[in-house]
Design a protein around this ligand. Structure first.
Ligand SMILES: [Zn+2]
Ligand SMILES: [Zn+2]
Length: 382
C-alpha cells in the first residue's frame, strides 16, 4: 500500500464518522459540507456547479482531463450490524458502502494534491449525490462540469469478494434497470357471486405467472435477464373480491435488444392477459440506469495497469444490480471496477447486517491514484 499508516488511521476515522452520519439520496447536505470542508482544508478547488448536494473538485490544470467518481448517499434501512459506529440517523444506513467510496476518494484527493506538481493535466473528483435514486449522475452531467472529460473511472465495493480483490471486466459489468408499476382494474363483487364482477386477483395471478415466459421463452438462454415481481397488493378481507390489484417489480438486462424485447413482451402479456380476464391494466414504466458498460480498450488498459501494482486482480462476474455510473459512460469512455470489501459468503449490498472492512480502503485509494496517473499519461500520448 502506498498510503502511510497515519493517513490510513485518518481515513478509518473519516469512514466511521460518515458511516455514523448517513443521509438519503438528494439530502446529503451535512455529508457535502463535511467533504467540502475537508477538501478546502487541503487547498483543493471546489468547482461551481449549482448542485444542492454532492460536489465536483479539481486538482491540476490543462489537458487532458479525467474524472474519478465516488457516490455519497445512503439507504432507508434500519442498521443491524452491531458495529460500534452504527448509524446515529436511525432508519438510514450506509448499506451500499458508499461511505467507503467517498472516504477512499478523499484519501486519493489528499495524495493527488500532495503530488499536484507531477500531474500533467486535470483530475476532476466527483462526489456524487443520489446514486440510489439514479438521478445524481444525470444532474452532475447537466451542470456541464464534465464537458471536457476524456475518461472516467469509479468502483463499487463488493462485500461478497475478499478484501482488496479488484475486478475489472470489459463491456457490461452491471445491469440495465427497468422498473414497472401495474394497476389492474376489475369489477369488485361479493366473494360468493364472482360472476357479477371481474376478478382482479385472478387476473393478476395469471399475469405474474405468465411474465416468467419472457426469460424462459423469449430471451436467448445465453443472455442474462431477470424479471422480478417484488410487491403485490389486492383486497382487504375474506368475503369480497376487490375491484383493483397492483403489482410492481423490475427487469434487469445487459443488452440493448434484450431490454427492448423484454419491455415489449411485458406490455403484450399484461395487456392481453388482462383482456382475456376482462380487466383493464395501467402500466407505469420507470427507466433506470442503462447497462454499466466498460469501454473495452480502456478496460484492458486499466486491467493491465492495475496488475502492475496489485496482485489480486481478476475478471468478475457481472452484477445484476444497476449503477448510475452508466449514465456517465454514455457520454465519456469509462471503467467501473469492483473492489472486494469483506469475504465470500458475507451479507451483500443493501442488507441491514452488511458490514464492510476498513482494510479495503488503501487498495481503493491506490486504484484511484495509480490509475489517474496511468490514464493521464495514456491520454497525453494519444
Ligand atoms: Zn446501492
Ligand atoms: Zn452503491
Amino acid at each position: 500500500m502506498t498510503i502511510t499508516s497515519e493517513h490510513y488511521d485518518e481515513l478509518i476515522k473519516i469512514r466511521h464518522y460518515i458511516h455514523e452520519n448517513p443521509e438519503l439520496s438528494g439530502q446529503e447536505f451535512k455529508t457535502t459540507q463535511y467533504l467540502k470542508d475537508y477538501l478546502t482544508d487541503l487547498g483543493i478547488q471546489i468547482l461551481e456547479t449549482g448542485l444542492k448536494t454532492g460536489l465536483v473538485a479539481q486538482i491540476g490544470s490543462g489537458q487532458p482531463v479525467i474524472a474519478l467518481r465516488a457516490d455519497i448517499d445512503a439507504l432507508p434501512i434500519v442498521e443491524n450490524t452491531g458495529l460500534p459506529f452504527t448509524s446515529k440517523n436511525t432508519g438510514v444506513m450506509h448499506a451500499c458502502g458508499h461511505d467507503l467510496h467517498q472516504t477512499s476518494l478523499l484519501g486519493a484527493a489528499k495524495i493527488l494534491k500532495s503530488r499536484e506538481h507531477e500531474i500533467d493535466g486535470t483530475i476532476k473528483l466527483i462526489f456524487q449525490h443520489a446514486e440510489e435514486s439514479h438521478i445524481g449522475a444525470d444532474e452532475v452531467l447537466a451542470t456541464g462540469v464534465l464537458a471536457d472529460v476524456s475518461a472516467i473511472i469509479g468502483y463499487h465495493n463488493m462485500p461478497t469478494l475478499p478484501v482488496g480483490q479488484i475486478g475489472i471486466r470489459e463491456k457490461g459489468i452491471m445491469a440495465a434497470v427497468d422498473q414497472f408499476y401495474v394497476t389492474i382494474k376489475g369489477v369488485g363483487s361479493h366473494a360468493a357471486y364472482p360472476q357479477e364482477g371481474a376478478d382482479s386477483i385472478l387476473a393478476t395471478s395469471a399475469i405474474i405467472a405468465s411474465l416468467q415466459q419472457i426469460v424462459a421463452r423469449n430471451i436467448s438462454p445465453q443472455h442474462a435477464v431477470v424479471v422480478s415481481v417484488t410487491h403485490m397488493t389486492a383486497g382487504n378481507t375474506w368475503n369480497v373480491l376487490p375491484d383493483e390489484a397492483i403489482f410492481e417489480g423490475t427487469i434487469r438486462t445487459f443488452d440493448k435488444d434484450d431490454r427492448k424485447l423484454a419491455k415489449k413482451r411485458f406490455y403484450d402479456i399484461v395487456e392481453n392477459v388482462s383482456s382475456a380476464y376482462g380487466v383493464h391494466a395501467e402500466i407505469d414504466w420507470i427507466l433506470g440506469p442503462n447497462v454499466t458498460y466498460n469501454d473495452p480498450e480502456l478496460s484492458e488498459f486499466l486491467f493491465n495497469e492495475t496488475r502492475k501494482w496489485h496482485d489480486d486482480v481478476m475478471v468478475p462476474e457481472p452484477s445484476n444490480a444497476g449503477e448510475d455510473f452508466a449514465t456517465y459512460q454514455e457520454q465519456i469512455p469509462g471503467v467501473f471496477a469492483f473492489i472486494g470489501s469483506n469475504a465470500i459468503g458475507s451479507p451483500g449490498l443493501h442488507f441491514s447486517d452488511m458490514t464492510v472492512k476498513d482494510e479495503m480502503l488503501p487498495v481503493a485509494v491506490d486504484y484511484y491514484v495509480n490509475n489517474a496517473f496511468a490514464l493521464l499519461e495514456r491520454l497525453a500520448q494519444k
